[in-house]
Design a protein around this ligand. Structure first.
Ligand SMILES: C[S@@+](CC[C@H](N)C(=O)[O-])C[C@H]1O[C@@H](n2cnc3c(N)ncnc32)[C@H](O)[C@@H]1O
Length: 283
């Protein structure tokens, strides 16, 4: 069944993707199917009791445990997908989408499909007029991503391809390319071939050493407007009488690196010693 995440109805219908949000951040993503039953460790809920119910209703399992009936947000989809690999966090994904201008009609390559976390967000944003080309070297891992996107009803917006970045990409003149894999510097020549002039490249890398290497290589490959950033997000307990940060936070995920493909760099952009050495320039 193709699930609906973009519904205008005020009531949950058969085929809709719904989020049952329990207390304590526990939630379930499910596609409504007449006759089906959701088993949770907090009790059983029959899909028939959800179908036709207004969004925002407080439901109860057979044990009397409460669940709110919600339409999942993009962030809920990413947090709720089944994982076989480390996925990108919504805090990084949201900045990537914003910074790289991923929106309706865009054509985007990603390499390193993994479990499909970023793929979900890209497919959601490019809409029905855009396309995501998602490459992954391990078919088994990509199968999980395909299952996730199918559950969300987003699979038709993605061309899933089993392939290694070493072999390059089939598409040309795409608007943006995102590499979520080790050693992206080895694939910059393929990126240049597939990216349109002025197009945006984005990467995520966990360590400083990798960032140093990619910065040097981006210049040599004529990428301008290079940016490195790190997104830190701190959540708060929402008790108004005891407002304070939560006890634990995620200390580190990765560094985001961006650049734009240009035909050649301006002198100011290529003005550093390492670059001069590489080019054989004298002082
Ligand atoms: C960290 S995961 C990607 C996670 C994904 N962005 C997400 O949000 O779910 C990295 C993936 O890149 C794949 N990969 C690593 N090197 C690759 C290469 N050279 N070509 C294609 N895929 C590669 C790995 O198999 C792995 O599934």
């Amino acid at each position: 069944m193709n699930s609906a995440i973009f519904t205008d109805s005020n009531f949950a219908q058969e085929g809709d993707l719904v989020q049952l949000q329990g207390t304590g951040h526990r939630s379930h993503l499910l596609v409504l199917e007449a006759g089906a039953v959701l088993q949770t460790h907090r009790g059983v809920i029959r899909h028939d009791d959800i179908i036709g119910t207004a969004w925002g209703t407080r439901l109860e399992s057979h044990q009397g445990n409460p669940f709110y009936l919600l339409q999942p947000s993009l962030s809920d989809l990413i947090k709720g997908l089944k994982r076989g690999t480390q996925i990108m966090y919504p805090k990084e994904i949201s900045y990537i989408l914003f910074h790289m201008g991923i929106g309706p009609g865009k054509r985007v390559i990603e390499c390193g499909t993994g479990s499909g976390g970023l793929t979900t967000a890209l497919a959601y944003m490019v809409g029905t007029t855009g396309k995501v080309y998602s490459y992954e070297r391990k078919a088994q891992i990509q199968d999980l991503a395909i299952k996730n996107l199918t559950k969300f009803g987003l699979q038709n917006r993605v061309d899933f391809k089993v392939g290694n970045a070493e072999d390059g990409f089939d598409e040309e003149n795409v608007d943006a390319i995102i590499l979520d894999l080790p050693n992206p510097q080895e694939y910059l020549h393929h990126v240049r071939k597939s990216l349109r002039g002025g197009g945006s490249l984005g990467m995520i890398l966990p360590t400083f050493n990798q960032v140093e290497i990619i910065l040097r290589e981006l210049k040599l490959a004529n990428f301008a407007m290079i940016e490195v950033s790190e997104i830190l997000q701190r959540f708060y307990k929402t008790d108004w009488a005891r407002l304070r940060p939560v006890d634990r936070m995620i200390g580190h995920t990765g560094f985001l690196i961006f650049g734009r493909k240009v035909d050649r760099l301006a002198a100011e952009d290529s003005d550093d010693e390492a670059f001069d050495d590489e080019q054989g320039n004298q002082d």
